[in-house]
Design a protein around this ligand. Structure first.
Ligand SMILES: [Zn+2]
Length: 228
């Protein structure tokens, strides 16, 4: 009988970023629409506010993600550069350093030294990047990719409440946008939990409750402006 293991943590990285971006897009755009609609504003004006908010949100997500992933990439590059210098200065010291890491993970010293020697004969810098610095090519920080992923995910998410806004009857903007957004948010939350191997119902309900609070707060602000 063959055993097939599904390791989930390896594929959750970009998917998690995409789900989070879509989530943000739905919650912030829906809250914006509900807040403005609760102030009894004409639909045309609500659409302008919603689209402006969607574009602003997508750009701010992209910029934030670009800056944060860039600084992570800079740190990784600096680490590798330092490592490269250390290798050219004292290769034997680096070999003992790597061997010590393997001893720490349970190999006996002679075997650890042998493993370190063979790995460093093959790819010295790669061996240290993985086992000393914890870097791997597959998880290398990619700022532009991260920025594009969040901007696209945010826009896709945000276009859902805008679509609900366009289709809703004149008196039903708040309930239609709110309900449609919460249903999709719940499904997204449940999907994210399922992909991550966590509890599906809890994942869905948690996202729906938090998002409903955000929308209720926005509605309260809109109502306050309507009364004023
Ligand atoms: Zn090293």
């Amino acid at each position: 009988m063959t055993r097939r293991e599904q390791h989930r943590s390896t594929r959750t990285g970009w998917l998690r970023a995409a789900v989070l971006g879509a989530n943000d897009g739905i919650v912030s755009t829906a809250s914006l629409i509900i807040g403005v609609a609760a102030a009894n504003v004409a639909r045309g004006d609500i659409v302008i506010a919603a689209v402006a908010g969607l574009v602003a949100g997508a750009m701010s997500m992209a910029a934030g993600e670009y800056v944060s992933v860039s600084s992570q990439a800079d740190a990784e590059r600096a680490d590798l550069e330092l490592e490269r210098r250390e290798h050219s200065e004292d290769f034997e010291f680096e070999r003992r350093e790597l061997a010590a890491i393997y001893v720490g993970r349970g190999l006996d010293p002679a075997l650890a030294y042998q493993v370190a020697s063979q790995l460093m004969a093959h790819d010295p810098l790669g061996a240290h990047a993985r086992d000393e610095l914890g870097l791997s090519a597959a998880r290398r920080a990619r700022p532009l990719q991260a920025a594009a992923t969040s901007a696209v995910a945010f826009s896709l998410g945000g276009s859902l409440p805008v679509l609900a806004l366009l289709l809703a009857p004149p008196r039903g903007i708040v309930p239609v946008v709110g309900t449609a957004s919460l249903v999709v948010l719940g499904l997204l939350g449940a999907t994210a939990a399922w992909v991550g191997g966590a509890r599906v119902l809890l994942g869905g309900v948690r996202v729906m409750v938090c998002s409903a609070l955000a929308m209720a707060l926005a509605a309260a602000v809109g109502v306050a402006f309507d009364i004023a």
